[in-house]
Design a protein. Structure first.
Length: 260
């Protein structure tokens, strides 16, 4: 399966072409704009899945598509989805946001994270400590899960991700369960992946979240998006591709994408 062979593909970035600060979407022409000058194009040091280049994101750098330009990236309501990203971490710091529409000002929709500190269990709605896992989030109400201090509706994989290694990470949501995949395989984790969940997705409206890469819209981030992001969180490393689909891909389709 090739990344561009699906009618439900709504955005795809391969980071091959840019003008120094803007990275065009191969599907709809929307642009990821690099913020704070800390995102550069460099040669791949691993499998050239999309070509010779990838994006190098230094800590504190990030990319953004403004809310008004989201189009099909504004995924809400009874809409299945899939996010796939090809990444290599340069750090094992906590709460590394990969991409999604995840505005922490009570406007959360969907997101792909890694390195969260806790795995949520759909059977008990309790959490346990983990490290260096892939995580796929969805929010029904746009804020924390009722009765809990944070959003607990997310799948957590079982694999500990290693710094300096390329991974194909994916999350799907079919309105019945969230599923996280690592290198094309369902990354099973008892009670946490698959994560059974049957709610619709929050509609952020005109003032909802942007689509961002490497940093989420953090509620304590004063001066967003012009000001520098807060310390302590966010992805840093390399990204060679991102794809967003408005359907839940099947396991064999994700495996085909991962294998190229």
């Amino acid at each position: 399966m090739k990344i561009g062979e699906d009618a439900n593909l709504c955005a795809a970035w391969d980071f091959q072409c840019h003008d120094g600060s803007a990275w065009p979407d191969r599907v709809a022409g929307r642009v990821l704009r690099a913020m704070h000058g800390r995102v550069v194009r460099v040669e791949m040091d691993g499998p050239q899945r999309f070509g010779r280049w990838c994006a190098r994101i230094e800590y504190g750098g990030w990319l953004r598509v403004p809310r008004a330009e989201l189009g099909g990236l504004d995924i809400h309501g009874a809409q299945p989805w899939t996010v796939v990203a090809w990444v290599k971490h340069d750090s094992d710091r906590l709460w590394q946001f990969i991409c999604g529409v995840w505005n922490e000002r009570m406007k959360r929709q969907y997101a792909l994270f890694t390195h969260g500190a806790w795995a949520s269990d759909w059977r008990t709605w309790e959490r346990r400590a983990v490290r260096a896992r892939a995580m796929g989030y969805v929010s029904h109400g746009g804020h924390h899960t009722p009765g809990h201090p944070a959003c607990f509706s997310y799948a957590t994989g079982g694999t500990e991700l290693r710094v300096g290694e390329w991974y194909c990470l994916a999350c799907t949501y079919d309105l019945q369960a969230l599923r996280v995949y690592v290198n094309g395989e369902l990354d099973e984790c008892e009670g946490s992946n698959p994560f059974m969940y049957g709610e619709t997705i929050y509609d952020g409206g005109v003032d909802g979240g942007d689509f961002t890469v490497a940093q989420r819209c953090y509620r304590a981030w004063e001066g967003y998006p012009e000001a520098a992001p807060p310390d302590g969180e966010g992805f840093s490393g390399w990204i060679s591709g991102i794809a967003v689909y408005r359907r839940a891909l099947r396991g064999e389709e994700i495996r085909a994408l991962a294998l190229g």
